[in-house]
Design a protein around this ligand. Structure first.
Ligand SMILES: CCCCC/C=C\CCC/C=C/CC(=O)SCCNC(=O)CCNC(=O)[C@H](O)C(C)(C)COP(=O)(O)OP(=O)(O)OC[C@H]1O[C@@H](n2cnc3c(N)ncnc32)[C@H](O)[C@@H]1OP(=O)(O)O
Length: 338
């Protein structure tokens, strides 16, 4: 594919992604306006419609949004299958399962959808959120490497801004957040689980950790801050430099995860942990969380644009592109050899 067509496709994807974000903002207002009751059905399934498949006129868009909003007040938001979101009406606990084969890697569209859904669950008054995966043996392989390899700069900027957005929303979330780590969780996957208040990991041949150095890249400050806040400074120093991927038993020993249980017990363990956390007065719990996390959040909030500029200038360096290209090729080779 020529560079020009690649650029055009990227621009179209970016426009779609922006459009879908705007759609959602309208949608949430309409949803509230309709006066629908959150959690109107037990375990009602909420599937995000975050990919607008065509560019519609404002009028058509609005009527489609209204129609979709009406549907949502009863059951569902649309056709997109990257996330499976359900809400237990009796407890107000949402379960969000990532289902983006093959490895739940975070592309711009996927991150946008995650942001949209966090906002939605928060504005619906959910008290708890379980983040998990529908893919066997995979929690998330982290960032979609092809977003960073031979990128279109405008899209790359949007990609990083959306990742920042997701981290800010999740790390400071008012909801009780629990990660159900039933599969591998390298790099960005580990970051997402560290943003949660509690991590339950399945035992077995799985790994978790910030392995960025193995790709020849450097985890930015807010990734390493999140790790330091989770495992402490000394362990983070070692882990970041070595790009250490921990086994579940190693991870629990250093506090990177809180519990390791057999795969088949993950759901029940998450449920009983959530029940414990739900007993704590919500306001006091959230303020306590923010007391500890706000300084870390502020550090990025005060430097977001600079962080995007650093990321773009770092990732687009020739040497970094070369490392990413080699890493991608090795991944593909390994996958082919299976
Ligand atoms: C000084 C200033 C500094 C400023 C710098 C700022 C920022 C830079 C830092 C940027 C941060 C990046 C964080 C990241 O998240 S980078 C991504 C890191 N992820 C990984 O290293 C994971 C790689 N994947 C794996 O290890 C494995 O896939 C697995 C998750 C263990 C699963 O293994 P398995 O089930 O065996 O699956 P396969 O390996 O066969 O993969 C299937 C398929 O998926 C492709 N793939 C895997 N991971 C990714 C990915 N992250 N992105 C894109 N594609 C991925 C893989 O190539 C296979 O594809 P094919 O079937 O088409 O060959």
């Amino acid at each position: 594919m020529s560079m020009a067509s690649k650029s055009m496709l990227n621009a179209q994807a970016l426009a779609r992604s922006r459009l879908s974000y705007r759609c959602y903002n309208h949608l949430s207002k309409i949803h509230v306006g309709l006066g629908s009751t959150p959690y109107s059905t037990k375990n009602s399934k909420v599937t995000a419609s975050h990919q607008a498949h065509s560019l519609l006129s404002p009028c058509k868009l609005l009527s489609q949004q209204k129609a979709t909003a009406r549907k949502f007040s009863q059951r569902s938001l649309g056709q997109d299958n990257l996330l499976d979101v359900s809400v237990d009406s009796s407890s107000g606990v949402a379960t969000l399962k990532m289902q983006k084969p093959p490895v739940n890697s975070f592309s711009l569209e996927f991150l946008t959808s995650l942001c949209i859904n966090l906002d939605k669950l928060h504005s619906d008054g959910c008290r708890g959120l379980v983040i998990g995966s529908s893919l066997p043996k995979i929690f998330s392989a982290g960032l979609e490497i092809t977003e960073m390899y031979q990128p279109d700069e405008a899209r790359l900027r949007e990609f990083w801004r959306t990742l920042q957005e997701f981290w800010i929303k999740l790390y400071g979330s008012q909801m009780i957040t629990i990660a159900a780590i039933t599969g591998h969780s390298p790099a960005g996957g580990c970051l997402v689980s560290m943003c949660c208040d509690h991590r339950v990991m399945a035992d077995g041949k799985l790994t978790i950790g910030l392995n960025e150095t193995l790709l020849g890249i450097v985890a930015p400050r807010w990734f390493s801050d999140t790790l330091i806040n989770t495992v402490g400074h000394r362990e983070a120093e070692r882990a970041l430099q070595l790009g250490k991927l921990y086994s579940p038993q190693e991870a629990v020993a250093v506090g990177l995860v809180d519990q390791v249980v057999p795969l088949e017990s993950v759901a029940a363990t998450v449920e009983s942990t959530m029940a414990q956390w739900l007993k704590i007065p919500s306001h006091a719990r959230h303020l306590s969380k923010l007391q500890l996390r706000q300084p870390t959040l502020d550090r990025l909030l005060h430097t977001r644009q600079e962080d995007i500029d650093n990321f773009v200038s770092f990732i687009t360096k020739e040497s970094i592109q070369k490392s990413l290209g080699m890493y991608l090729a090795a991944l593909k080779q390994r996958s082919k050899a299976k």
